[in-house]
Design a protein around this ligand. Structure first.
Ligand code: 13P
Length: 252
């Protein structure tokens, strides 16, 4: 059975105090042990978040990292730096990184390799634009994006990837994919993985949905068989909404 996962991606929100207030509340809450809860605060709050969550099952995840080991890369953060404060998971391929920060497939691929070669878990995001969907090119786009993780990796590294389907048109827009639309893509992705590798990997890989997930739509979206959880932006900034979403996956 795949473990369910809820991740709050705070993006460029929540300063030190806001992070602290949120995490102290989260630390006092309980949920089914089978649900993995993770939060992804800004870089400046990662270490403090780790300290606050020291004896808690909540994992702290980085929103980004550079693919080089070290060097003259002003403003960047290395894998070694993250690992030195016990951050062992990183989000890679988010559409905001792809579009606003011009991260192409080559950069994404390098980041994934660096992370996996250093025993970090990767939350790999992919998803089509509205134009792709309107032109019925969404399956093709997604298949191409998945190529990045289909090739070149060592077999045991593939188990270190969590997938997150985030249709660009649903991110921050209030327009979520319907449970059926999301299920169709998640199922397709499992089929692609089964064909490219094997059924075991296809059945064990966790695939999250992200894009305007809210307490009022999460239960229905999570009820679909191939949806293993959520990557939540806006709603993860409200403690009550985030906790409601955690509770809603418990009903799956
Ligand atoms: P929203 O939940 O705000 O749509 O953002 C989704 C997202 O980008 C999570 O990574």
């Amino acid at each position: 059975m795949r473990k369910k996962i809820i991740i709050g991606n705070w993006k460029m929100n929540n300063d030190k105090q806001e992070t602290e207030n949120f995490l102290l509340k989260l630390k006092n809450k309980t949920w089914n042990k089978e649900i993995e809860v993770k939060v992804s605060p800004s870089f400046v709050s990662l270490e403090n978040a780790q300290k606050i969550l020291r004896n808690s099952p909540v994992e702290v995840v980085a929103q980004n990292m550079h693919y080089e080991k070290n060097g003259a890369f002003t403003g960047e953060i290395s894998c070694k730096m993250l690992k030195s404060i016990n951050v062992n998971s990183v989000i890679i391929g988010h559409s905001e990184r792809r579009t606003l920060f011009y991260e192409n497939e080559d950069i994404i691929k390098r980041k994934i390799k660096t992370a996996l070669n250093n025993e970090m878990k990767v939350i790999f995001c992919f998803g089509e634009s509205l134009e792709d969907r309107n032109k019925k090119k969404h399956i093709k786009t997604i298949t191409k994006q998945l190529d990045v993780i289909m090739s070149d990796l060592k077999t045991n590294q593939r188990n270190q990837i969590i997938l997150a389907y985030e249709p660009i048109w649903a991110i921050g827009t209030g327009l979520n994919a319907t449970p059926e639309q999301a299920q169709q893509i998640h199922k397709h992705v499992r089929e692609e993985i089964a064909t490219a590798f094997n059924k075991n990997l296809a059945n064990s890989v966790q695939i999250l949905y992200g894009g305007s997930l809210k307490p009022n739509n999460s239960e229905e979206i999570f009820s679909k068989p191939d949806i293993d959880g959520g990557l939540i932006g806006g709603a993860s900034l409200s403690f009550d909404d985030f906790y409601s979403i955690i509770r809603s996956i418990d009903k799956k």
